[in-house]
Design a protein around this ligand. Structure first.
Ligand code: FE2
Ligand code: FE2
Length: 377
């Protein structure tokens, strides 16, 4: 855990944010016994104040969550067949062909033909959905922890609905990977570091900040991007359902932390800012797809810096922060402690989103349609 007035190196383990050599040197692995143990010490809190609705906004969210449950087995069109290679080809055609927009001269993929690019596209999708799956399990664990550690009854009630939501998300992403795609990837090392940090922290608000604001805020943007891009109607509907839940989860984080952060002093807020910055960098690092290059037999260090130079790449990565930045602003985290986080988000190139709509306001629009009335779009 970081302490007050840390340097960038203290917080993220390197002094340059874009040091690819350092980022790509962190390589993930999976334990042979199939389990990853994270130790955590925290207080489980009983409250004797059972008055339901003493936090009206959280109560409203809880009531909505009860009516927004859906069944991953029966509410999605699992009968739809998915031809992964065909989808990859169609996608490439719509975007000007494989490798369009990159100068790949002198790189290890210079002589790649259709076959390699299709395989890369397939692997890339397996990887992306695998990381979603692992992130969802992280959310499941974090939310169960929030039920125990948050002191307010309305938040315990709401968080318990989110536990069920996250179980369903793990279930549907797992099923989609197993039945429609063609292979799993282990959790990315940067994502795992972040999840471990969130889970190991003893302070309940850090679980919220790390999961509900940072991880889920990014997931909401990433799911939205994929929902827009995918040509698979099953994945489209799956993401639409998951996104409606995720918007509620992020709103839960914003509504809960707003009240708590009003009572913190500048030094305490600075610790939260540093945590938010660390999370932002870890999530950026995780999007480099280093494991996919590796599986394709290409040294990530020889290709990632080239791919990262493409302008669309930067735009995509910035867009992933379009939910996080306005939500941090709403919590007062951007400008607390002399605007430390504003400076950091400016360095990351994502400050432009600060005035976009925050998720506590956006939520109603996104999830106003009850699950049974949602249609393919
Ligand atoms: Fe989720
Ligand atoms: Fe979630």
């Amino acid at each position: 855990m970081t302490t007050e007035m840390s340097s960038t190196e203290d917080i993220i383990g390197r002094s340059e944010i874009d040091d690819f050599e350092a980022i790509l040197s962190v390589v993930g692995s999976e334990e042979a016994d199939g389990r990853h143990v994270v130790h955590s010490e925290y207080d489980s809190i009983f409250t004797w104040d059972y008055e339901k609705g003493s936090r009206p906004k959280l109560n409203k969210l809880y009531e909505k969550a009860k009516g927004a449950q859906w069944n991953g087995e029966t509410d999605l069109p699992w009968e739809i067949e998915v031809d992964q290679e065909k989808l990859v080809r169609e996608d490439a055609e719509a975007n000007g062909g494989f490798g369009a927009g990159f100068d790949l001269t002198g790189t290890p993929v210079e002589h790649w033909g259709d076959k390699e690019w299709v395989q890369f596209g397939v692997e890339s999708q397996n990887w992306t959905l695998s990381q979603f799956l692992h992130g969802e399990q992280g959310a499941l664990i974090c939310t169960a922890k929030i039920v125990e550690s948050v002191p307010w009854i309305d938040a315990k009630y709401y968080a318990s609905t989110q536990v069920m939501d996250e179980a369903r998300h793990v279930e549907v992403f797992g099923k989609y990977l197993d039945q429609k795609l063609s292979g799993h990837y282990p959790v990315n090392a940067h994502l795992r570091m972040l999840l471990d940090d969130i889970i190991a922290d003893s302070r309940w608000d850090l679980t919220y900040l790390g999961m509900q604001i940072m991880v889920e805020g990014l997931a909401l943007a990433a799911f939205g991007f994929m929902h827009q891009m995918t040509r698979d109607p099953l994945l489209k509907q799956l993401l639409r359902y998951v996104m409606a839940d995720e918007a509620r989860h992020v709103a839960f984080g914003v509504l809960s932390l707003q009240e708590y952060y009003e009572g913190l002093n500048a030094a305490e807020l600075r610790e939260r800012q540093e945590f938010a910055f660390e999370a932002a960098v870890r999530m950026r690092d995780r999007f480099l797809q280093q494991e996919v290059w590796d599986r394709m037999g290409v040294d990530p260090k020889a290709i990632v810096p080239v791919v990262q130079q493409a302008p669309e790449r930067g735009e995509f990565q910035a867009l992933l922060f379009s939910k996080i930045v306005p939500n941090c602003k709403k919590l007062g985290l951007l400008d607390a402690a002399d605007g430390w986080l504003r400076t950091k988000f400016t360095e990351l190139g994502v400050i432009e989103f600060e005035s976009w709509v925050d998720t506590s306001e956006e939520y109603d629009a996104l999830a106003s349609v009850p699950p049974k009335d949602r249609v393919l779009s």
